[in-house]
Design a protein around this ligand. Structure first.
Ligand code: DX5
Ligand code: ZN
Length: 229
């Protein structure tokens, strides 16, 4: 069911790549709401991660929502393979091709929820034409490609404006990049409900010592929720 409560979505980009199954189980046991999966193609972004076979493999280790962020161009032809891999949400970039409306149609046709990601340099001009096509808008608060980058504060105003445009529609606002205890309250107050966090969740922990994951998730959630109180 749709709700606007704060959801923490750890990005496994910051996990141990040799231990994805155990890492997914650990973050869920430690309180993660969604699992954020960053797929990078070495072309749309200057980094390469993994593809649909890896997503299918980790799906078995995730009980909740598998949130797949496709940093891929062109993207349309691969959407079905991520849906078949078990993605609940598939997010594509507005900047990834000339036919974003068709891309969003293809995501919904695949059976997944449709997410639309906007790079920091992209405005909201296209949104009135796309709002009825999306279940989530992902506002990138770093330039996509790498974890551990600094939060781009200019995006907070964009989140606020987007929240106004969304009104009562059941559309999540996800924030991706540089989310920490310090920045989470800013985006929560502006209207975001899904907070992706890679380095800020995984720091200090490991599959053998997962308690810091739980502590980090609790602190980020607490800071975000306090901004709404
Ligand atoms: C960036 C990815 C993010 C990234 C977030 O291209 O989409 O999901 O992993 O990592 P942190 O939280 O470390 O900025
Ligand atoms: Zn991401």
């Amino acid at each position: 069911m749709f709700d606007r409560s704060i959801k923490i979505a750890p990005s496994i980009l910051a996990a141990d790549f040799a231990n994805f199954g155990a890492e997914c189980r650990a973050i869920e046991a430690q309180g993660a709401d969604w699992v954020h999966v960053d797929v990078m193609d070495g072309h749309f972004v200057p980094n390469l991660t993994f593809g649909p076979a890896m997503c299918a493999a980790i799906r078995k280790h995730i009980k909740g929502i598998m949130d797949v962020h496709l940093m891929i161009s062109p993207v349309d032809s691969v959407i079905d393979s991520y849906a078949e891999a078990g993605a609940d949400v598939i997010t594509a970039h507005l900047e990834a091709g000339p036919h974003i409306h068709r891309t969003l149609q293809a995501i919904r046709a695949s059976g997944a929820k449709a997410g639309l990601a906007l790079n920091p340099g992209t405005g909201l001009d296209a949104m009135p034409n796309l709002l009825d096509m999306v279940d989530m808008v992902c506002v990138m608060t770093v330039n996509p490609g790498f974890g551990g980058q600094k939060f781009i504060a200019s995006q907070v105003a964009k989140v606020r404006q987007l929240r106004e445009m969304i009104g009562d529609r059941p559309i999540h606002i996800e924030i991706d990049g540089g989310v920490t205890v310090e920045t989470a309250p800013l985006v929560a107050a502006a209207g975001a409900d899904v907070l992706v966090a890679g380095s800020a969740v995984f720091k200090g922990g490991s599959v053998d010592n997962p308690a810091p994951y739980g502590q980090n998730i609790k602190l980020i959630r607490g800071a975000a929720e306090a901004a709404l109180a």
